[in-house]
Design a protein around this ligand. Structure first.
Ligand code: MTE
Length: 320
């Protein structure tokens, strides 16, 4: 109990290390070599972004103009060096460690209450899906935000591929489990693998997106390569990275953070500036890479597209 409390998400965004204090790449690599982190990793001292992704030729894809931003895009160098990916550590500078992730071969299992259960290879999936770019806001529950050009396809297309049966009410997403690669998964007090869930209605909303690229390229590993969920009206922890399995079920999935700390993280996790986290306000957000704070918007500004999903769910805890 004590351990869980100590290991739970203790840092509100306002207390987190300011992003301009990031270690630069040279310091990180020097530190890793000094600490023996790279030994046996196969990485040597190659620059972390050098590896060619076999899907690189697919990008950039054309931008869908329907998704507009009210702010500047976050610079790639900022967004790609300030990440939450607990599989590789419980701090923001996990990007060097994440380069150990092997993203080929990679398959995604579609199973559960579906007519077309299958294990689909990521490159086959990419060849079947209508790829497009969307500019989305991203609001972390820690009260920081960014704006990102994701490439990928609507989650509704994946749902169509699986063919849900009438009993399917929820999608349960799962991340890879490979503690030999992802050191964080050796921390047994976390309930690995990372799991997230959506209702079928949420999954088929036009905003729900499977990202396979970002900044006009395949996803960098720290963003959750080769495929991750993006639900911009919800807190960022719903956006599960490096997905290997999507199961269709009649049971509401219990997510990673909900299992760790159910009083603070729930199933719905819709952004609402008027509903504070138990330990900090959600009224405003720090814009990553700037000194600016902005008022947070209901449903992160996407209420027009998503408010209808929740109109008959008055008894539910929709905002945690
Ligand atoms: N997915 C996995 N598998 N593991 C994680 O630790 N962190 C979540 C989410 N998806 C996480 C994850 C959280 S808390 C956030 S805010 C976003 O990823 C961060 O995405 P970013 O690193 O691309 O900004």
């Amino acid at each position: 109990m004590n351990i869980l409390k100590k290991r739970s998400w203790e840092l509100p965004g306002r207390d987190a290390t300011p992003e301009h204090v990031f270690l630069n790449r040279r310091q990180i690599l020097a530190g890793m070599i000094g600490g023996g982190v790279l030994a046996g990793s196969g990485l040597g001292v190659r620059p972390a972004f050098a590896e060619e992704d076999p899907s690189a030729g697919l990008y950039p894809v054309s931008r869908n103009p329907a998704f507009k931003l009210d702010r500047e895009l976050t610079a790639e160098d900022i967004a790609s060096k300030y990440n939450n990916f607990y599989e590789f550590g419980s701090h923001k500078q996990i990007w060097p460690a994440a380069q150990k992730l092997q993203i080929r071969p990679w398959t995604v299992t579609l199973d559960g209450l579906v007519d077309n259960p299958q294990i689909v290879d990521i490159d086959t999936l990419l060849s079947k899906m209508p790829l497009e770019e969307r500019l989305y806001r991203h609001r972390c529950v820690e009260a920081w935000s960014m704006a990102v050009p994701w490439s990928g396809f609507p989650l509704a297309e994946l749902v169509k591929l699986a063919g849900p049966q009438s009993g399917a009410k929820y999608l349960r997403f799962e991340t890879f489990l490979e503690p030999s690669v992802a050191n964080g998964q050796k921390q047994s007090w976390y309930p690995w693998p990372y799991v997230e869930g959506l209702t079928l209605d949420e999954a088929t909303n036009e905003l729900a997106f499977m990202a396979t690229g970002v900044y006009g390229k395949p996803l960098a590993k720290q963003f959750g390569a080769p495929i991750r969920l993006v639900t911009p009206w919800k807190y960022g922890f719903k956006c599960i990275k490096s997905v290997v399995r999507v199961s269709f079920t009649d049971q509401r999935p219990v997510s990673f953070w909900e299992e760790i700390q159910p009083k603070e993280y729930g199933f719905w996790a819709n952004v609402n500036p008027e509903v504070p986290h138990r330990r900090w306000s959600q009224a405003s957000e720090k814009i990553l890479g700037t000194d600016e704070r902005r008022d947070t918007l209901l449903y992160n500004g996407y209420q027009e597209q998503v408010a209808g999903l929740y109109k008959d769910l008055g008894g539910e805890n929709l905002f945690m």
